[in-house]
Write a protein that binds this ligand. Structure first.
Ligand code: 5GP
Length: 126
C-alpha cells in the first residue's frame, strides 16, 4: 500500500493553522469542522491529525489510539449535532471517499458526517 502523502493539501494547511476552519470538535488525534459547501443541514468533516491519504491507509498504518480517537470523535459529533438515532434523533450518514472512482477531492483522509434531512438512497442510479 505505497501511499504518498502530499502535505500541501488543503486539510494539511487547516491542521497547520494556515487556513481557517469552523471547528466542531478537536481531540488529541482528530479534528472536525463544517464543510465549506454543505450538502445537508449538518455536514461535518472529521480528519485524523496524522498524515493519511484515505481510509485503507489510515486503517492499515494508524496507531490504535488514533483509530479509537477518530471513531469516538465521529460519535461525539453526532451527539453534539443532535443527529444520533440512539438519542432519538433522525439519523445520519457517514461517507468516506477514496481515490479517483469515489472522486476524492482532498487527499487527506476524512469522513463526511451528514444529517438533518432525509438523505435518500445510498448512490444515484447509474
Ligand atoms: P472529498 O470529495 O475529498 O470526499 O470531499 C472534500 C470536501 O472538502 C468537500 O465536501 C469540500 O466541500 C470540502 N472542502 C474543500 N475545501 C475546503 C476548505 O477549505 N474548508 C472546508 N471546511 N471544507 C473544504
Amino acid at each position: 500500500m505505497p501511499y504518498t502523502y502530499d502535505d500541501q493539501n488543503i486539510f494539511a494547511k487547516i491542521l497547520r493553522g494556515e487556513i481557517p476552519n469552523d471547528t466542531v470538535l478537536e481531540t488529541e488525534h482528530s479534528l472536525a469542522f463544517n464543510d465549506i459547501v454543505p450538502q445537508a443541514p449538518v455536514h461535518v468533516l472529521v480528519i485524523p491529525k496524522g498524515a493519511y491519504v484515505c481510509h485503507d491507509h489510515f486503517a492499515a498504518e494508524a496507531r490504535s489510539e488514533e483509530i479509537v480517537d477518530f471513531m469516538r470523535a465521529t460519535a461525539e459529533i453526532c451527539r453534539l449535532k443532535d443527529i444520533s438515532p440512539g438519542d432519538g434523533h433522525s439519523g445520519f450518514r457517514v461517507i468516506g471517499n477514496a481515490g479517483e472512482a469515489a472522486m476524492q477531492e482532498v487527499p487527506h483522509y476524512h469522513l463526511h458526517i451528514l444529517g438533518g434531512r432525509l438523505l435518500g438512497g445510498l448512490l444515484p442510479v447509474a
